[in-house]
Design a protein around this ligand. Structure first.
Ligand code: NAP
Ligand code: ZN
Ligand code: ZN
Length: 349
C-alpha cells in the first residue's frame, strides 16, 4: 500500500463559497510520476465558472487551478523527461485513456475514454483530482510539460490554459501573414490571442467592451481597436475578418460580431458562457460563414506552444497575488477588472 503526500491548498467547499485553507493528500509518486513543487498558478475564468458551479455538475471541496508551473522535487524510477530541480508545467488535464482515436492523434483534450481534468474531476479509481491552488502536485510525466528558460515563471503559468486555448485555433484556422484576425474580449485569453496572432503575422483587431483597454490592445500587437459598446465602431468592421476568436465569458450579441466575418470566415468560440448564445441563421448563411468551437489543446501542441512562446518571448501580463486574495481576484475577474491574468504565488498557500 502506497503512502500519500500531505498537501495544503485552497478550496471552495460549496458553490460560490470563499476559498479556504484545505489540507488533502496526493498519491505517493509511482514510477512514472513527478512531484512538482508549485511556484505559480494562474487564475482562469473557468476556475470562477466551476467554483461557482455555473456550468453545473461541480464537485466539492474543489481546489481550482490549471495553469501550474513549479520545480520538480522528486521523480519516479522510470521517469525520463524530468530531473529534480527543473521547471515543469501542468495544464487542464492530468491523464486520459491513451488508446482512443483522439488520444492517438494527440488530441487528448477530446479523449473519448476517460479524460481526467486537473481538478473538479476524478481519477479512474474514483478519487477526486485537486488543482494548482496548492503547494505541490503529483502527475504522470507524460502529462507534464517542459518549460524552456527565458521567461519569468509567473508569466509562463497562464500559457498552460490561456496560451494554448488561443494558440490552437490560431494554428488550426491558419492565422498568419495576409490574414485578418478579430479578437473579441481583452481578458486572460484575449490578451494571449492578440500577442500570438500578431506574432504569427496576422493583422489583428481587438474588439472590447472597455474603451480604456485600447492602448493596451495596441501595445500587445493589435493594429486596430473597436469598442463594442458603440455599434457604429463594430459596423466599421463589417465583413472584414477571416477569423475571429471569441473569448467572452458572459452572454453577448454574437450576431453583431458574426457580421464582422468576411465571406467564408470562421468565428471560433473559446469563451464558455453558461447561458446559450442566440445565433441568427442569416448571420451565417448569407456569407457562408462558419461558427466553431475549440478546447485547450493536446499534449504535443501545448508543448509546441510553450516552446513557441519561449522563443518569441511571449508571456502573460500578470498581477501576482497571495492566496488570501483569490476571492477578491474572482470578483475582479467577473467585473472585467483584470490586467490581464491573476497569478497565485503558491509560496503564500
Ligand atoms: P477573462 O479574463 O474574464 O476575460 C473575459 C473577457 O470577456 C473580459 O475581459 C471582457 O473583455 C469580456 N467580457 C466579460 N463579460 C462581458 C460581458 N458581459 N459583455 C461583453 N464582454 C464581456 O476570462 P478568461 O480567463 O479569458 O476566459 C474567458 C472565457 O473562456 C471563460 O468563459 C472561460 O471559461 C473560457 N475558457 C475556455 C477555454 C477553452 O478551452 N475553450 C479555456 C479557458 C477558458 P473586454 O473588457 O475587453 O470586453
Ligand atoms: Zn483555463
Ligand atoms: Zn482517449
Amino acid at each position: 500500500m502506497l503512502t500519500a503526500i500531505a498537501v495544503r491548498g485552497r478550496a471552495a467547499h460549496k458553490a460560490g463559497a470563499a476559498l479556504e485553507p484545505f489540507s488533502f493528500q496526493r498519491r505517493e509518486p509511482g514510477e512514472k510520476d513527478v512531484v512538482i513543487d508549485i511556484l505559480f498558478c494562474g487564475i482562469c475564468h473557468s476556475d470562477v465558472h466551476q467554483a461557482r458551479d455555473e456550468w453545473g455538475g461541480a464537485s466539492f471541496p474543489m481546489v481550482p487551478g490549471h495553469e501550474i508551473v513549479g520545480k520538480v522535487s522528486r521523480v519516479g524510477s522510470r521517469v525520463t523527461r524530468f530531473k529534480p530541480g527543473e521547471a515543469a508545467g501542468v495544464g487542464c488535464f492530468v491523464d486520459s485513456c491513451r488508446t482512443c482515436p483522439s488520444c492517438k492523434e494527440g488530441l487528448q483534450q477530446f479523449c473519448e475514454g476517460k479524460l481526467v481534468f486537473t481538478y473538479n474531476s476524478a481519477y479512474p479509481d474514483g478519487s477526486p483530482t485537486y488543482g494548482g491552488y496548492a503547494e505541490r502536485i503529483v502527475v504522470d510525466e507524460d502529462y507534464a510539460y517542459k518549460i524552456a528558460a527565458g521567461l519569468p515563471l509567473d508569466r509562463v503559468a497562464p500559457l498552460l490554459c490561456a496560451g494554448i486555448t488561443t494558440y490552437s485555433p490560431l494554428r488550426r484556422w491558419k492565422a498568419g501573414k495576409g490574414t485578418k484576425v478579430g479578437v473579441l474580449g481583452l481578458g486572460g485569453l484575449g490578451h494571449m490571442a492578440v500577442q500570438l496572432a500578431a506574432s504569427m503575422g496576422a493583422e489583428v483587431t481587438l474588439l472590447s467592451s472597455s474603451r480604456a483597454k485600447e492602448a493596451d490592445a495596441k501595445r500587445l500587437g493589435a493594429a486596430e481597436f473597436a469598442c463594442t459598446s458603440d455599434p457604429r465602431a463594430v459596423s466599421l468592421h463589417a465583413r472584414r475578418f477571416d477569423l475571429m476568436i471569441d473569448t467572452v465569458s458572459a452572454p453577448h450579441p454574437i450576431n453583431d460580431y458574426l457580421g464582422c466575418l468576411a465571406r467564408d470566415g470562421t468565428m471560433v468560440l473559446v469563451g464558455a458562457p453558461a447561458e446559450p448564445l442566440e445565433v441568427g441563421a442569416h448571420a451565417l448563411v448569407l456569407k457562408r460563414r462558419q461558427l466553431a468551437g475549440s478546447l485547450i489543446g493536446g499534449l504535443a501542441e501545448t508543448q509546441e506552444m510553450l516552446d513557441y512562446c519561449a522563443s518569441h518571448k511571449i508571456g502573460a501580463e500578470v498581477e501576482v497575488i497571495p492566496a488570501s486574495k483569490i476571492d477578491e481576484a474572482f470578483d475582479r475577474i467577473v467585473k472585467g477588472d483584470v490586467r490581464y491574468r491573476f497569478v497565485v504565488d503558491a509560496g503564500t498557500i
